[in-house]
Design a protein around this ligand. Structure first.
Ligand code: NAD
Ligand code: MG
Length: 385
């Protein structure tokens, strides 16, 4: 029996993680659940999964959640500090961090500091603070189990392999809804069009990141930290079908890949049951319907965000956190109709150029850099529209 806490339980990954947990009732007990603002769904989940604790990040919704859970034997708390306390709770074995954005970093650090394994969907934890997260995990001898499908694929390919035999990592990218388009075509893209991902159904922020290719940039930095790999050895290849989830080249020239239909069920299940591979209900790949698999180089001219992420990753220090914050803010403004699609990467580029990089920042310095970058991104958006 594993006791699991799910941070961001009401989101795309969170709800899928709860269906994995409910498929193995003898294996998982849910200890804690959190949400940002979705009180009704969180209360429903509390009723169904009977956790000991629920946390709503927005403190204004505390009374409402408390009332909705009044007949349940569950402790209710609110606010960012309650979220961190939940992450660090002594009563769970593993924390699945399915929060979105920089807000996920502190809970990741808190869970590790408390000696807990972390199943990590929140890639922004590693993008902004990989230099804090990975050494802490090592010092605590705790695992960071990747949930992101590409990293889960690489992690699965690496089982039983020796680190020195790895030549490079090949991360696949679907190319998103606008693959093949030019900047001229992308000028008037609406949030509605950008939210239509061809292969995956995900939260709004990561869906826009997929459309700009920033998601792949974030994943390159995530892979750098998870697998201690130089940026020169992390490649991105566009693969429209999203059947090959990623690959590893070894020094004898062999390439191992993990394949499956585009579905987060397997990566979530593998992260929660590792090192075991359990019999599961995920839909199977029907080879008769897979006619062919295509691969192409990424287009960094028309989708500059991927290139910006390599620049930020290689520079390190506060720059990846600044890039991430500028992206979060630019995506939020794009979804609100306040900046254009092409404005997203322009804002990130401008904010990165204005930033004076601090080497080896501690957590507080990252928070300052994050805040400053958000402010700058807003100012850029006002100027450029
Ligand atoms: P989502 O928006 O669907 O869900 C996010 C969850 O976090 C919700 O429960 C929300 O209430 C909570 N939340 C949001 N902001 C918060 C804040 N400031 N404080 C506290 N709680 C907050 O997002 P998602 O698509 O599930 O993605 C979650 C993470 O997993 C992201 O980092 C994303 O990049 C990564 N990821 C997602 C997928 C996917 O298929 N959805 C795949 C790979 C990786
Ligand atoms: Mg991914």
């Amino acid at each position: 029996m594993k006791t699991v806490t799910i941070l961001g339980a009401t989101g795309s990954i969170g709800t899928q993680a709860l269906s994995v947990a409910s498929a193995f009732p003898d294996l998982f007990r849910v200890h804690g659940l959190s949400a940002n603002r979705q009180v009704h769904l969180l209360a429903e989940q509390a009723r169904r999964f009977k956790p000991a604790k629920v946390v709503i990040a927005d403190p204004a919704l505390y009374q409402e959640l408390k009332a909705l859970c009044s007949d349940l034997p569950v402790e209710v708390a609110a606010g960012a500090s309650a979220l961190c306390e939940l992450a660090a709770d002594i009563k769970h074995d593993i924390v699945l961090n399915a929060l979105v954005g920089f807000a996920g970093l502190q809970p990741t650090l808190m869970a590790l500091a408390a000696g807990k394994d972390v199943a990590l969907a929140n890639k922004e934890s590693l993008v902004a603070g990989g230099h804090l997260v990975m050494p802490l995990a090592r010092a605590q001898q705790k695992a960071i189990l990747p949930v992101d499908s590409e990293h889960s694929a690489i992690f699965q390919c690496l089982q039983g392999q020796q680190a020195h035999t790895i030549e490079d990592l090949v991360i696949t990218a679907s190319g998103g809804p606008f693959f093949g388009r030019t900047q001229a075509d992308l000028q008037n893209v609406t949030p509605q069009a950008a939210l239509k991902h061809p292969n995956w159904s995900m939260g709004a922020k990561i869906t826009i990141d997929s459309a700009t290719m920033m998601n792949k940039g974030l994943e390159v930095i995530e892979a750098h930290w998870l697998f201690a790999m130089d940026y020169d050895k992390i490649k991105v290849v566009v693969h429209r079908e999203s059947i090959v989830h990623s690959m590893v080249t070894f020094h004898d020239g062999a390439v191992l890949a993990q394949l499956g239909i585009p579905d987060m069920y397997i990566p979530i299940q593998y992260a929660l049951t590792y090192p075991n591979r359990l019999h599961g209900n995920a839909p199977r790949l029907a080879w008769e319907t897979v006619q062919s698999l295509h691969f192409a180089p990424p287009d960094t001219e028309n989708f500059p965000s991927l290139r910006l992420a390599y620049v930020a990753g290689k520079m390190g220090g506060t720059l990846p956190a600044v890039m991430n914050a500028a992206n979060e803010e630019a995506v939020r403004l794009f979804l609100a109709g306040e900046v254009s699609f092409l404005g997203i990467s322009r804002i990130i580029d401008t904010v990165m150029n204005k930033h004076k990089v601090i080497i080896a920042p501690d957590f507080d310095a990252l928070v300052d850099a994050d805040q400053e970058a958000r402010q700058l991104a807003q100012e850029c958006a006002k100027k450029k529209g």
